[in-house]
Design a protein. Structure first.
Length: 392
């Protein structure tokens, strides 16, 4: 099958499959599509990728044995908002038509989906966020533009998949989408999983880790407010925070210093993906995620795959589903620092609970969130869509 992925993508993760791969631009920081493509290639499929980046002034093609990358230009400084991605769509559609795939799989319900639909090829669009939820937590002219743009695109989607039941409900209720929706979650490569879940260690003080970023929707302030309560019970406990705005001297640390909430807190800042995984595997004992809304949440799954017990928001979009409604992780009221602290202390002091939550989270991730299984589900969807196209 000749599959075309129209998506933001971390291009460097595919450099070893094409000639002159070291000359590829960075593209987006979005590794998931690259991992999916690598599986397709290992299964013998021919794969084309159409993406866009401000680092290109005109479309350039990188080719390998069974992989072709079409990297198209993208205007910077939000200039694409002026005409609704008109130039970007044109360049991507031209590349899709030249590639002439059997099916186009586009990511998100914005410009990449628009290009896939406009190409006239059979398509599957994967919705990966909730535009209305984003507006509630991060209102800005750009986010309003994206919401309006999604309303322009979604009615023309012939085949839609989502990464969580939360998103399916979102597109049913807010976009009145009435066609079939495939539920296919995100996944991790099997090699990223530890051999087993982590066991409680009573001989060391627990290390809590949060990987998110600074901002209203990430809600890290609640964890920083909760942590002093943890220290009252466990004075040697540590908290490591990772993400944009959370480095030494960044806005997050400055806020914590001003509020007196910096004791035993290690502000690491932005780390690349492999560095984050190293922290989860080698330093963390408990993972805490206080985001107010998630359409899926890969960081939770990465923590589960690392064998850690995790805590997430009980009303944070898809988080309860990812954590099997509390069976595979602790659910807290992330608007309430007291409740977050309570859940952190319970896991840190209760050996039986710690081991059970870690094991159940690890097992759920192994059962449902493996990238090979995700790829298999997408391939089944492609074949069904192509079969329906032939019947039509």
């Amino acid at each position: 099958m000749k599959i075309l992925i129209c998506s933001p993508i971390s291009l460097q993760l595919l450099a070893d499959y094409v000639e002159n791969g070291d000359s590829l631009p960075e593209g987006y920081r979005y590794p998931l599509a690259a991992y999916l493509i690598r599986i397709y290639l290992s299964l013998g499929h021919d794969v084309h990728v159409v993406t866009s980046t401000p680092q290109m002034e005109k479309t350039k093609v990188w080719s390998g044995d069974r992989l072709t990358l079409w990297v198209t230009p993208r205007r910077g400084k939000y200039l694409f908002c002026l005409d609704g991605y008109r130039l970007e769509i044109r360049a991507m559609v031209e590349s899709i038509k030249k590639a002439n795939p059997d099916i186009v799989h586009a990511q998100w319900t914005y410009e990449f989906a628009h290009a896939a639909i406009a190409s006239g090829c059979p398509h599957l669009i994967t919705a990966r966020d909730s535009p209305w939820a984003i507006i509630r937590h991060m209102t800005s002219p750009y986010r309003i533009f994206r919401l309006i743009y999604a309303y322009r695109v979604v009615p023309f989607i012939g085949n839609l998949s989502v990464i969580s039941p939360y998103l399916e409900d979102h597109y049913r209720r807010h976009f009145f989408y009435r066609r079939r929706i495939w539920l296919i979650p995100n996944g991790l490569s099997l090699e990223l999983f530890q051999k087993s879940s982590k066991q409680f260690n009573s001989k060391k003080a627990p290390v809590f880790v949060s990987i998110s970023g600074w901002g209203p929707s990430k809600n890290l302030k609640v964890i920083l407010k909760a942590f002093p309560q943890v220290l009252k019970q466990i004075p040697e406990a540590r908290l490591i925070v990772i993400g944009a705005g959370l480095g030494p001297g960044d806005i997050g640390e400055r806020w914590a210093l001003k509020k007196g909430l910096y004791k035993n807190v290690d502000f690491r800042g932005y780390l690349i993906h492999t560095e984050c995984l190293e922290v989860l595997r080698n330093e963390a004992d408990i993972f805490v995620h206080a985001s107010l809304e998630e359409s899926f949440c890969m960081t939770l799954v990465e923590a589960m795959a690392s064998g850690l017990p995790v805590i997430g928001g009980r009303d944070s979009g898809a988080v309860p589903w990812v954590l099997d409604n509390g069976e595979a992780g602790g659910l807290a009221d992330v608007s309430n620092p007291d409740d977050v602290a309570k859940k952190m202390i319970m896991l840190a002091l209760n050996q039986t609970l710690y081991n059970e939550v870690a094991a159940q989270g690890f097992n759920r991730a192994r059962k449902y969130f493996i990238m090979d299984k995700v790829a298999d589900e997408y391939l089944k969807a492609y074949k069904e869509i192509l079969g329906n196209e032939k019947l039509a």
